[in-house]
Design a protein around this ligand. Sequence first.
Ligand code: F6R
Length: 610
Amino acid sequence: MCGILGYTGERQASDILLSGLAKLEYRGYDSAGLAVLDGGTIKIAKNKGRLKVLEERIKSGEEISGTCGIGHTRWATHGEPSDINAHPLWSDDMSVVAVHNGIVENYREIKEMLSSHGYGFYSQTDTEAAVKLIDFCYKQEKSPLKAITRAIKQIEGSYCFVMLFRDYPGEVWGVRKDNPLIAGQGQGESFLASDVSAILQDTRQVYYLDNMDIVQLKKGVVRFFDPEGYAKHKELSEVTWDAQAAEKGGFEHFMMKEIHEQARAVKDTFGSVYHSGRIDLNEHGLNDDAIRNISQIYIVACGSAYHAGAVAQYVIEDLAKIPVRIELASEFRYRSMPLDKNALAIIISQSGETADTLAAMRLAKQNGIKTLAIVNVVGSTIAREADSIFYTMAGPEIAVATTKAYSAQLIACYVLAMQFAKVRGTITENYYNSLIAEIQRLPEKIDEILDEKLRLEEIAGRFVNARNAFYLGRNIDYAVAMEGSLKMKEISYLHSEACAAGEMKHGPISLIERGMLVAGVMTQKSLYQKIASNMLEAKSRGGFLLVVASRGCEALKDEADFVFHVPETDEHFTASLSVIPLQLLGYYVAVARKLDVDKPRNLAKSVTVE
Ligand code: F6R
């Protein structure tokens, strides 16, 4: 996820771009850059680091004058944060200069094709391949519109490009697919932005682009085209939100915005390894021989990342039949246990900076164990030190309580499990293909659950004054219960405990009181009746039973106080769906208690101390 801006008008573009980008920094902040088209020349300023580094350079006199330009704040996906990988990126003769948000999935194929036509590449980004493809098409078509329509037919993945063509002074071009882009209409000036918050100080008159719309800006003029290049009419809308609400995409909190970004995080994470109809993990240091030689797996992580690992343990063991140990990093690092040199250590971390997780990874490496890090932040310490990396494509997470990064971690774990199973011959080709199809259906199922979120808001009101809660499950549902319970306690301060349902009667059941929330997760058919009887034990002691179950689960339909059904999916992937209502429940209880949802007390987004 990156922040994108375009401007053309009468004012200095760099001033407009810098102040607009400041509003977009929450979308990405590892590098920043802008390009200004002045007469027939494009000037570029960009660097690794926060926007203020770029601002200081420009304010201290770096020559970048002109009234038409594009800007970018980056959240790296392909290529480390660095000056050269920062956007904008340019074609070799500077005919085309562009900024990009999204992922070009087939960038390797594009690079290969362009290399055979004499193109070279200076960055590690997927974006450069796309910019040069547009340039390649432009050289043949001699028109920005035709170049864009031709290039987008060849680009796979999700994108929003905003472009300058050196031979078209005063014009900015844009196109979007599965990534946001809006156009703003001012007096004698016009704007493009990935988020309306970036242009609200200048105009409230905006156009919302549909997928595959192409847009052309001239001073005060905005024109639209469909993907075939035919002119298209769009209605102007008036934005009524205030600037702060706009930054959160109209949501009250970043957490809710990020909950809604999960379908995209899931799609992009899967899209990053699924190319031309197959999963390819060679770049992740996992060729078939390496996969065959894994004797066992240690998964090491903290907090929610540990909970994603707990799901992975069940999925990998069941699909690939490899023994898996899931370990809390803070325990693993101080335990003296015999470690197996032929094991694979999977390290999971959103930030890539968690002190305990980093120390545990270093310990595994010192013991000669190969490490694979599932990390969200490109260039973070864990990403740099791991033997190989699987980046999740969740984009920057602002809310302290993780949601979309957790969902993306699950996808990375599923992919590993499926690939291990395929290579080791523990599942059939047909089943493997059906798993791929099912992962691809998860985003729409997540959105289907979100359509029903108001039901959870209503029920959350009941727990405003609650003091304790239990979350129960077995197997994968237990792993999800742990995550649901953490979501509840960390943002709503309602004391909550997750319990493997079968353990209730060994002690915790004595805590059940009249009206106490007992949330049960039921997505594994063979365990429906087992969990149902544990839940009924809680009910007979006064518990309020809230059930999150797969559609078709009838157990407890008469006894539960509240049932939320999630769509059916393959049973290995149910965590991706059952966690959504539990995230929403924690969120709504915290909102009902009027708490600071995005910044809960005592917590930090990145835990860099022990
Ligand atoms: C909970 C949460 C934390 C993190 C944990 C690990 O919502 O966000 O429990 O999951 O602190 O952080 P990372 O994944 O950055 O290593």
